[in-house]
Write a protein that binds this ligand. Structure first.
Ligand SMILES: Cc1ncc(COP(=O)(O)O)c(C=O)c1O
Length: 394
């Protein structure tokens, strides 16, 4: 695909924070505007029939603002190709429908975002794609669950909401041996903390709505891959089905990504502080955080993640009533779905983000709370969770 403006290729040797600010972001050549413009246009003038300027024809196919974001995510994930969509689920849908055919089987982790499971279970299955779930952190279980018609392995690590850790390199190796496409949803870690393609995965997907956008003001989805054929197939779905990101959304996502490296450090610092406050608290049954030495995935997470991120889940001794009570008792942590923004959020998965998987193998225990730890002052966040726990016992 051609670009309308000359972009300096991102220096592949450049560090992550440098690429987050510069990849796909060359200044605008006519005026020197440091920030490339938002190309808020649906179509492009042709010099004569078929005489495209810089390859641009119609914005469902290509748009320079979207191209810039696609180049950026490809660079950050260490892939050759990036594709940008209207939401995380739109990105997932393009990957699933672009790469799977009726009669094939998808093997999915048993702890994924509820909407991801719903998409495969309620939409894809109707078109003849088989689905089963497995404990993806157990490579032997994954091996045993692969069927002759299995074509794809789909995992999240850390997973939503139970923070399970999957050994990406081990699953990727298994996928290579069996000629399967291995897809990693990297939403929770972001490429600042973990780069699955470097560990052998074929495709990375993101809800860019979360850490990449980073400010809870944009809905978006991204795909990155190093495989030309996969990019071609998913890219065709992007064009032919049309769930592309709009220019303004692409711009907001690019702007968010510029501070990703800094934000992920602060999210991780704050999450660690909140975890320290929670682990020994008498009202807390269990804390799910891969940074804890007794987390079953700690060793793998330490190998494949640079830090452990801003997501923390906890189970409360008082069960469902306590979990609900906690979710409604915080004040800095606002009760809302979603995650990954600068502001802290609290979510009750059983009835909010994961209500769609109630009654399935993915059902989330009703004593679990999920925290998206933001980048506010650490002391305020710790004080907020402690006062909420205090109110439970009052
Ligand atoms: C891990 C994960 N993947 C995918 C999605 C779906 O993304 P979106 O809401 O942008 O469609 C979400 C949304 O919460 C998520 O948490």
């Amino acid at each position: 695909m051609m670009h309308a403006q000359v972009r300096r290729p991102p220096a592949t040797a450049a560090g992550f924070a440098t690429r987050a600010i510069h990849a796909g972001q060359a200044f605008e050549p006519t005026t020197g505007a440091v920030i490339p413009p938002v190309y808020q246009t649906s179509t492009f003038v042709q010099e004569h029939v078929g005489g495209l300027r810089g390859g641009y024809e119609y914005a469902r196919g290509t748009n320079p603002t979207r191209d810039a974001l696609q180049e950026l995510i490809a660079s950050l994930e260490g892939g050759r190709h990036g594709l940008s969509f209207a939401s995380g689920l739109a990105a997932e849908d393009a990957v699933l429908r672009g790469l799977l055919a009726p009669g094939q089987h998808l093997l999915m982790a048993n702890d994924v975002y509820g909407g991801t499971h719903r998409l495969a279970d309620r939409i894809l299955a109707r078109w003849g794609v088989g689905l089963s779930t497995v404990e993806m952190s157990d490579v032997d279980a994954v091996r045993a669950a692969i069927r002759p018609e299995t074509r794809m392995l789909w995992l999240e690590t850390p997973s939503n909401p139970l923070m399970k850790i999957t050994d990406i390199a081990a699953v990727a190796e298994l996928g290579r041996d069996r000629d399967l496409v291995v897809v990693v949803d990297n939403t929770f870690a972001s490429p600042a903390l973990q780069t699955p393609l470097a560990l052998g995965a074929d495709v990375v997907v993101h809800s860019a709505t979360k850490y990449l956008g980073g400010h809870s003001d944009v809905l978006g989805g991204l795909v990155a891959t190093g495989d030309d054929e996969i990019a071609e197939q998913v890219g065709f779905l992007q064009f032919a089905a049309g769930a592309v990101s709009a220019p303004w959304e692409a711009f907001l996502t690019i702007r968010g990504i510029k501070t990703l490296a800094l934000r992920m450090e602060r999210h991780s610092d704050n999450a660690e502080a909140v975890v320290r406050a929670l682990v020994d608290h008498p009202a807390v049954e269990r804390v799910y955080y891969p940074g804890l030495p007794d987390h079953p995935g700690h060793a793998v997470a330490s190998r494949q993640m640079r830090r452990f991120g801003g997501m923390v889940s906890l189970a409360l001794r008082g069960g469902a009533a306590a979990a609900r009570g906690f979710a409604e008792a915080t004040s800095v942590f606002q009760l809302a779905e979603s995650l990954g923004g600068v502001e802290s959020l609290v979510n009750y998965p059983a009835e909010m983000t994961h209500a769609s998987v109630r009654g399935t193998e993915l059902e989330v225990p009703d004593d679990v709370i999920r925290l998206s730890v933001g980048i506010e002052d650490e002391a305020d966040l710790v004080a907020d969770v402690l006062q909420a726990l205090e109110r439970l016992s009052a």
